[in-house]
Design a binder for this molecule. Structure first.
Ligand SMILES: [Zn+2]
Length: 242
Protein backbone atom coordinates (compact mmCIF):
# COMPACT_ATOMS: atom_id res chain seq x y z
CA UNK A 1 0.00 0.00 0.00
CA UNK A 2 2.84 2.38 0.84
CA UNK A 3 6.45 2.84 -0.29
CA UNK A 4 8.61 5.25 1.66
CA UNK A 5 12.26 5.96 2.35
CA UNK A 6 14.85 8.46 3.50
CA UNK A 7 18.07 8.37 1.51
CA UNK A 8 21.62 8.66 2.86
CA UNK A 9 24.81 9.99 1.28
CA UNK A 10 25.82 6.42 0.41
CA UNK A 11 24.88 4.52 -2.74
CA UNK A 12 27.00 5.88 -5.58
CA UNK A 13 30.58 6.73 -6.33
CA UNK A 14 31.24 10.08 -4.66
CA UNK A 15 27.96 10.07 -2.77
CA UNK A 16 24.26 9.92 -3.52
CA UNK A 17 23.27 13.51 -4.04
CA UNK A 18 19.66 14.08 -5.17
CA UNK A 19 19.78 17.89 -5.39
CA UNK A 20 20.12 19.65 -8.75
CA UNK A 21 21.69 22.73 -7.15
CA UNK A 22 24.60 21.07 -5.38
CA UNK A 23 27.27 21.13 -8.06
CA UNK A 24 26.73 17.68 -9.63
CA UNK A 25 25.80 17.36 -13.31
CA UNK A 26 22.09 16.95 -14.07
CA UNK A 27 22.75 13.58 -15.75
CA UNK A 28 24.46 12.25 -12.67
CA UNK A 29 21.64 13.35 -10.35
CA UNK A 30 18.97 11.89 -12.68
CA UNK A 31 20.96 8.64 -12.66
CA UNK A 32 20.74 8.62 -8.84
CA UNK A 33 16.95 9.06 -9.07
CA UNK A 34 16.74 6.07 -11.40
CA UNK A 35 18.78 3.97 -8.97
CA UNK A 36 16.55 5.09 -6.10
CA UNK A 37 13.35 4.28 -7.99
CA UNK A 38 14.72 0.83 -8.88
CA UNK A 39 15.61 0.19 -5.24
CA UNK A 40 12.06 1.13 -4.20
CA UNK A 41 10.53 -0.78 -7.13
CA UNK A 42 8.62 2.28 -8.29
CA UNK A 43 8.58 4.16 -11.62
CA UNK A 44 10.82 7.24 -11.46
CA UNK A 45 8.46 8.95 -13.95
CA UNK A 46 5.89 9.05 -11.13
CA UNK A 47 8.08 11.26 -8.96
CA UNK A 48 6.90 14.77 -8.07
CA UNK A 49 9.69 17.03 -6.78
CA UNK A 50 9.03 19.88 -4.40
CA UNK A 51 10.41 23.42 -4.78
CA UNK A 52 11.25 24.34 -1.20
CA UNK A 53 11.68 27.85 0.22
CA UNK A 54 11.37 27.46 4.04
CA UNK A 55 7.78 28.69 4.02
CA UNK A 56 4.50 27.01 5.04
CA UNK A 57 2.68 26.36 1.77
CA UNK A 58 1.32 22.91 0.93
CA UNK A 59 0.90 21.53 -2.58
CA UNK A 60 -1.78 18.93 -3.37
CA UNK A 61 -0.20 16.72 -6.04
CA UNK A 62 -2.01 14.46 -8.50
CA UNK A 63 -1.34 12.46 -11.69
CA UNK A 64 -0.70 15.63 -13.70
CA UNK A 65 2.31 16.45 -11.55
CA UNK A 66 4.20 13.22 -12.23
CA UNK A 67 7.72 13.81 -13.52
CA UNK A 68 7.77 17.49 -12.55
CA UNK A 69 11.21 18.70 -11.57
CA UNK A 70 12.82 15.54 -12.92
CA UNK A 71 11.69 14.93 -16.49
CA UNK A 72 9.88 18.19 -17.16
CA UNK A 73 9.95 21.77 -15.94
CA UNK A 74 8.23 22.14 -12.59
CA UNK A 75 5.65 24.78 -11.74
CA UNK A 76 5.67 23.52 -8.12
CA UNK A 77 7.73 26.33 -6.67
CA UNK A 78 7.55 27.76 -3.18
CA UNK A 79 6.08 24.66 -1.50
CA UNK A 80 7.67 22.92 1.47
CA UNK A 81 4.99 20.25 1.82
CA UNK A 82 3.46 17.88 -0.72
CA UNK A 83 0.34 15.80 -0.19
CA UNK A 84 -1.73 13.43 -2.31
CA UNK A 85 -4.40 10.75 -2.20
CA UNK A 86 -3.47 9.37 -5.63
CA UNK A 87 -1.75 6.05 -6.12
CA UNK A 88 1.48 5.89 -8.10
CA UNK A 89 2.26 9.55 -7.44
CA UNK A 90 5.58 9.62 -5.60
CA UNK A 91 6.16 12.66 -3.38
CA UNK A 92 9.82 13.77 -3.12
CA UNK A 93 11.20 16.40 -0.71
CA UNK A 94 14.84 17.37 0.07
CA UNK A 95 17.01 17.65 3.14
CA UNK A 96 20.46 18.44 4.47
CA UNK A 97 19.73 18.97 8.23
CA UNK A 98 16.08 20.14 8.07
CA UNK A 99 13.41 17.86 9.50
CA UNK A 100 11.46 15.42 7.28
CA UNK A 101 7.94 14.57 8.44
CA UNK A 102 6.02 11.66 6.91
CA UNK A 103 2.23 11.61 7.32
CA UNK A 104 -0.10 8.74 6.44
CA UNK A 105 -3.84 8.40 6.86
CA UNK A 106 -4.49 4.68 6.24
CA UNK A 107 -8.28 5.24 6.43
CA UNK A 108 -8.59 7.93 3.75
CA UNK A 109 -5.47 6.65 1.97
CA UNK A 110 -3.74 10.00 1.87
CA UNK A 111 -0.08 10.88 2.44
CA UNK A 112 2.08 13.95 2.88
CA UNK A 113 5.75 14.85 3.18
CA UNK A 114 6.85 17.99 4.98
CA UNK A 115 10.21 19.82 4.91
CA UNK A 116 10.55 21.74 8.15
CA UNK A 117 13.67 23.73 8.98
CA UNK A 118 13.56 26.18 11.88
CA UNK A 119 11.45 28.64 9.90
CA UNK A 120 8.94 25.97 8.89
CA UNK A 121 8.89 24.71 12.47
CA UNK A 122 8.12 28.20 13.80
CA UNK A 123 5.34 28.39 11.18
CA UNK A 124 4.12 24.89 12.23
CA UNK A 125 4.04 23.66 8.64
CA UNK A 126 3.59 20.03 9.77
CA UNK A 127 0.39 20.89 11.65
CA UNK A 128 -0.80 23.03 8.74
CA UNK A 129 -0.27 20.04 6.46
CA UNK A 130 -2.48 17.94 8.74
CA UNK A 131 -5.13 20.68 8.43
CA UNK A 132 -4.60 20.52 4.66
CA UNK A 133 -5.14 16.74 4.63
CA UNK A 134 -8.31 17.23 6.63
CA UNK A 135 -9.67 19.93 4.32
CA UNK A 136 -8.65 18.32 1.03
CA UNK A 137 -9.05 14.59 1.69
CA UNK A 138 -11.35 14.48 4.72
CA UNK A 139 -8.64 13.02 6.99
CA UNK A 140 -9.19 12.76 10.72
CA UNK A 141 -5.94 13.64 12.59
CA UNK A 142 -6.86 10.85 15.02
CA UNK A 143 -6.13 8.34 12.23
CA UNK A 144 -2.89 9.91 11.03
CA UNK A 145 0.43 8.14 11.56
CA UNK A 146 3.57 10.27 11.57
CA UNK A 147 7.32 9.75 11.38
CA UNK A 148 9.74 12.54 12.26
CA UNK A 149 12.92 11.55 10.48
CA UNK A 150 16.66 12.26 10.76
CA UNK A 151 17.63 15.94 11.01
CA UNK A 152 20.02 18.16 12.92
CA UNK A 153 19.44 17.29 16.57
CA UNK A 154 19.21 19.36 19.72
CA UNK A 155 22.85 18.33 20.33
CA UNK A 156 24.02 20.29 17.26
CA UNK A 157 21.36 22.85 16.33
CA UNK A 158 22.87 25.95 17.88
CA UNK A 159 21.28 29.31 17.13
CA UNK A 160 21.54 32.91 18.30
CA UNK A 161 19.07 35.11 20.11
CA UNK A 162 17.25 36.16 16.91
CA UNK A 163 16.15 32.59 16.12
CA UNK A 164 15.35 31.79 19.74
CA UNK A 165 13.20 34.91 20.01
CA UNK A 166 11.17 33.83 16.94
CA UNK A 167 10.26 30.64 18.80
CA UNK A 168 9.38 32.56 21.95
CA UNK A 169 7.25 35.07 20.06
CA UNK A 170 5.27 32.51 18.08
CA UNK A 171 5.49 29.27 20.09
CA UNK A 172 5.90 30.18 23.74
CA UNK A 173 5.07 26.59 24.69
CA UNK A 174 8.28 25.44 22.97
CA UNK A 175 10.51 26.95 25.70
CA UNK A 176 11.20 23.56 27.39
CA UNK A 177 12.75 22.45 24.06
CA UNK A 178 15.14 25.45 23.91
CA UNK A 179 18.23 25.34 26.12
CA UNK A 180 20.57 28.26 26.75
CA UNK A 181 24.13 27.03 26.32
CA UNK A 182 26.13 30.24 26.40
CA UNK A 183 26.00 33.97 25.94
CA UNK A 184 23.50 34.45 23.07
CA UNK A 185 23.65 30.71 22.29
CA UNK A 186 20.68 28.39 22.28
CA UNK A 187 20.15 24.76 21.34
CA UNK A 188 16.72 24.05 19.89
CA UNK A 189 15.10 20.64 19.63
CA UNK A 190 13.18 20.96 16.36
CA UNK A 191 12.07 17.31 16.28
CA UNK A 192 10.41 17.52 19.71
CA UNK A 193 8.77 20.86 18.93
CA UNK A 194 7.29 19.36 15.75
CA UNK A 195 6.06 16.36 17.72
CA UNK A 196 4.30 18.63 20.25
CA UNK A 197 2.84 20.72 17.45
CA UNK A 198 1.28 17.75 15.65
CA UNK A 199 -0.03 16.34 18.94
CA UNK A 200 -1.70 19.75 19.40
CA UNK A 201 -3.14 19.30 15.90
CA UNK A 202 -4.84 16.09 17.00
CA UNK A 203 -2.39 13.30 16.14
CA UNK A 204 -2.20 10.62 18.83
CA UNK A 205 1.17 10.49 20.57
CA UNK A 206 1.41 6.72 20.11
CA UNK A 207 0.98 7.23 16.35
CA UNK A 208 4.15 9.35 16.13
CA UNK A 209 7.58 7.82 15.61
CA UNK A 210 10.34 10.24 16.55
CA UNK A 211 13.64 8.89 15.19
CA UNK A 212 15.80 11.24 17.27
CA UNK A 213 18.69 10.73 14.83
CA UNK A 214 21.06 13.68 14.30
CA UNK A 215 22.38 14.22 10.77
CA UNK A 216 25.38 16.26 11.90
CA UNK A 217 26.49 13.70 14.52
CA UNK A 218 26.21 11.03 11.79
CA UNK A 219 27.65 12.92 8.86
CA UNK A 220 29.46 9.85 7.53
CA UNK A 221 25.96 8.51 6.79
CA UNK A 222 23.96 11.70 6.14
CA UNK A 223 24.57 14.91 4.25
CA UNK A 224 24.67 17.71 6.78
CA UNK A 225 24.66 21.37 5.79
CA UNK A 226 26.27 22.34 9.08
CA UNK A 227 28.47 19.26 9.35
CA UNK A 228 29.85 19.78 5.83
CA UNK A 229 30.11 23.55 6.33
CA UNK A 230 27.61 24.41 3.61
CA UNK A 231 29.18 22.35 0.80
CA UNK A 232 26.96 19.31 0.90
CA UNK A 233 24.49 17.23 -1.10
CA UNK A 234 20.75 16.71 -0.77
CA UNK A 235 19.03 13.66 0.64
CA UNK A 236 15.43 12.88 -0.26
CA UNK A 237 12.35 11.62 1.47
CA UNK A 238 10.08 9.63 -0.84
CA UNK A 239 6.53 8.47 -0.20
CA UNK A 240 4.10 6.80 -2.61
CA UNK A 241 0.79 5.00 -2.35
CA UNK A 242 0.73 1.86 -4.48
ZN1 LIG B 1 24.11 16.12 16.80
Amino acid sequence: MLVHCFTTRLGGSGGFNLGFNRGDSRERVVENYKKLADALDIDCRNMVLSGQVHDDRIYPADERDRGKGLFCESDIKGYDALMTNKRNTALVTFYADCVPIYLLDPEKKAIALVHSGWRGTVLEIASKTIDGMRNKYGCDPFDIQAVIGPSIGKCCFEVGEEVYSEFMQRLIWSSPHCKKTGLDKWHIDLQSIIKSSIVNAGVKEENICLTGVCTKCNKDLFYSYRGDEGRTGSMAAVMQLI
